[in-house]
Design a protein. Structure first.
Length: 140
């Protein structure tokens, strides 16, 4: 709705980066609010989360894998998630927009509201940090 209200006058090519910029801002706002809520309302929690269960974990895995492969993949994904969360926000944004969303440098710069050089710097730093952090999980 925010995109339609504020950027209806923009060209269609501008909508995708603008959408992701708005989405990223909303995600950051959400996480900030969650942090405040957790500090003040820590006594209230979801019993499923306390048990470490999520609805996704209750579904069967359709892929037929060996248990040791599943364990290694699970550990690698957990480490990747932790490593991404430890990155500064701008590096997270650059990495996720470039790798996850497949944006090029120009689209990422537009979505992040910075120069292409800044995107390259943030992305490069994110990649180097993740490589150092996850070197135990790299395949030869």
């Amino acid at each position: 709705m925010k995109l339609a209200q504020s950027y209806a006058h923009k060209t269609e090519d501008d909508w995708t980066p603008l959408f992701y910029r708005i989405l990223q801002s909303k995600i950051i706002d959400f996480h900030r609010k969650q942090t405040v809520k957790k500090k003040w309302l820590s006594f209230m929690s979801n019993s499923d989360e306390e048990n470490g269960e999520t609805p996704v974990e209750n579904y069967a895995d359709p892929v037929n894998q060996k248990p040791d492969d599943k364990l290694r993949q699970s550990q690698a994904m957990t480490e990747l998630d932790l490593a991404i969360n430890q990155l500064p926000v701008r590096q997270q944004q650059a990495f996720l927009l470039r790798i996850w969303e497949g944006f090029d440098v120009a689209q990422t710069a537009k979505a992040m509201g910075c120069s292409q050089g800044s995107v390259k710097t943030h992305y490069s730093r994110a990649i180097h940090s993740l490589r150092n952090e996850l070197k135990d999980f790299q395949y030869d």
